[in-house]
Design a protein around this ligand. Structure first.
Ligand code: AMP
Length: 113
């Protein structure tokens, strides 16, 4: 899986991305098709297919802490932001490597489509 998975390849540095933050277990990079003034993805370095497959809760904690850091660095922590994990078909997941979307920089609608 890791050989062909897009986000594994980005995490390894095989495919370029605009990396804006990282910690020991996760990286954050700008989404290639931004849906908001700030749109970044937080991705674990290890392959986890989706939130359905997560077994290590500390990994999601590391993702959340990196998202928090990005929100601060991007200046949206106080105005507000969203951390979204699309999961499987009806959740709108298109890349099957666990990732959280950081979205902010404008008022975000609710409910999502
Ligand atoms: P999802 O639809 O929740 O699986 O989100 C996948 C996200 O990955 C989408 O928002 C895409 O725009 C984004 N994406 C796909 N390929 C790349 C890439 N090479 N670099 C950065 N973001 C990407």
């Amino acid at each position: 899986m890791a050989d062909s998975c897009l986000f594994c390849r980005i995490a390894r540095g095989d495919i370029p991305a605009t990396i804006i933050a990282e910690n020991a277990r996760c990286i954050a990079f700008r989404d290639i098709n931004a849906q908001a003034p700030v749109h970044a993805l937080v991705v674990p370095r290890e392959h986890v297919t989706s939130l359905n497959d997560l077994t290590d809760g500390t990994l999601f904690g590391e993702m959340a802490l990196l998202a928090q850091q990005v929100a601060r660095d991007e200046g949206i922590a106080e105005s507000g932001w969203r951390f979204v994990v699309n999961t499987n078909r009806d959740g709108g997941q298109s890349v099957y490597h666990l990732h959280g979307h950081i979205l902010g920089g404008r008022a975000l609608g609710w409910p999502p489509g």
